[in-house]
Design a protein around this ligand. Structure first.
Ligand code: AMP
Length: 206
């Protein structure tokens, strides 16, 4: 199964992706995590993207193309993978379609986690407080100001993916408000429906 998780910053994509990894045995491909690892290792890529990430902007599409194209061809992606925050512009979506097409593969579904912005800001503040309490490092892009910036970037550059995937018939809207378990159950429900649709069309679900 090849899945994209779409949703505003702080909508819980990462948390739900981890659960889907455990449930389906396919890897989570988070470009945010990959880029943070590059920054932490002070690689040339890391030095290029650090300031962009710190201010809450998107890194260039070409960078994403390079890292995602390489990653999805690794052996653990054979049975599928979950793109978590890895597709954030229409150019990237077209690139993923093209790369998957070349590999003879296709996206099964795009799960959109729908959440309300005020609740997201509260969630972020709770997460920062919890991280501080637990002595965990707080991400540099986890400040209310950068968060607002990332929301603006989401609305301007990522939200156009909603009609893009709607036109492909792949978009599955999920109410992202509620406990982790409640949201997880909603995701399972829409993916169950996706699987039976794919099966009845004679396709495979990977
Ligand atoms: P995330 O952890 O997914 O919120 O990503 C953190 C930051 O990494 C984003 O604010 C962007 O600066 C950068 N980033 C991650 N994924 C992408 C992507 N697909 N396209 C562009 N920038 C990205």
């Amino acid at each position: 199964m090849i899945l994209i998780l779409l949703g505003a910053p702080g909508s819980g994509k990462g948390t739900q992706a981890k659960r889907l990894v455990a449930r389906h045995g396919i890897p989570q491909l988070s470009t945010g995590d990959m880029l943070r690892a590059a920054v932490a290792s002070a690689s040339p890529l890391g030095s290029r993207v650090k300031s962009i990430m710190d201010r809450g902007d998107l890194v260039p599409d070409a960078v994403i193309e390079e890292i995602v194209t390489a990653r999805i061809q690794e052996s653990d992606c054979r049975n599928g993978f979950i793109l978590d925050g890895a597709v954030r512009t229409v150019v990237q979506a077209e690139m993923i379609d093209r790369v998957l097409g070349k590999l003879g593969r296709a996206l099964d579904a795009v799960v959109l986690l729908e959440v309300d912005e005020n609740a997201l800001l509260k969630r972020l503040e709770t997460r920062i407080a919890e991280d501080r309490k637990a002595g965990r490092p707080v991400r540099e892009d986890d400040t209310p100001e950068t968060f607002r910036k990332r929301q603006d970037v989401y609305r301007a550059q990522t939200a156009p993916l909603i009609p893009y995937y709607e036109r492909q018939g792949k978009l599955r809207r999920v109410d992202g408000m509620g406990t982790i378990e409640t949201v997880a159950a909603r995701i399972d429900a829409v993916l169950g429906a996706t699987k039976s649709e794919t099966a009845s069309k004679g396709g495979t679900t990977g």
